[in-house]
Design a protein around this ligand. Structure first.
Ligand code: C2G
Length: 130
C-alpha cells in the first residue's frame, strides 16, 4: 500500500520522525510532499530555517521514507494523490478533518501528534538561550 503525507519538516525533530515511521508502518511505501520555501512563506509569513534543498536531503536520508517531492501549492493535494497513486493520506491530528474532502480518492488517516515538541517552540527556546 502506498502512503502519502505532507509537511514542511523544518528544524527536523522527533515528532517528525514519529509520524513518518508510523505512517510508513501503515503501508510499507511512504511518499512525502515537502512544502516549497515559497509555499512555507505563504503559510507562515516567514522563511523556513532550513532551505527546501536541505529539508529534502534530510527526508531522503531516512529509512522510513521512500520518495520525496516538492509540494508547491496546498490546493493540489488531489493531483498529488492521483499522480503518486496513493492509497492513503496520513497527517497529524492538528489537521483533523481538514482533508476529509479527499476521501473519495484515498483513505484519510490522522495520527496523534507527538506532545511537547514543535519547530516553533524549538526556535523560541534557542532564541531565548542566554
Ligand atoms: N507533527 C507531529 N508531532 C509534532 C509536530 C508535527 O506529529 N510534535 C506532524 C504534523 O502533524 C504533520 C507533520 O508532522 O503531519 C509535519 O509537520 P509540519 O512540518 O509542521 O507540517 P505543516 O507545516 O503543518 O504542513 O498541507 C499540509 C501542510 O503542508 C502541513
Amino acid at each position: 500500500m502506498r502512503i502519502i503525507t505532507f509537511g514542511t519538516f523544518d528544524v527536523f525533530h522527533v515528532g517528525h520522525v514519529n509520524i513518518l515511521e508510523r505512517a510508513r508502518a501503515l503501508g510499507g511505501h511512504l511518499i512525502v510532499g515537502v512544502s516549497s520555501d515559497a509555499l512555507n512563506f505563504s503559510k507562515k509569513a516567514r522563511n523556513p530555517i532550513y532551505s527546501q534543498e536541505d529539508r529534502i536531503h534530510i527526508l531522503k536520508s531516512l529509512r522510513c521514507v521512500d520518495e520525496v517531492f516538492v509540494e508547491e501549492s496546498l490546493e493540489l493535494k488531489a493531483q498529488y494523490i492521483t499522480e503518486h497513486n496513493a492509497d492513503m493520506l496520513v497527517m497529524g491530528d492538528d489537521w483533523e478533518g481538514k482533508f476529509d474532502h479527499l476521501k473519495h480518492l484515498c483513505e484519510v488517516v490522522y495520527l496523534p501528534r507527538t506532545p511537547s515538541v514543535s519547530t516553533t517552540e524549538t526556535i523560541e527556546v534557542v532564541k531565548n538561550l542566554k
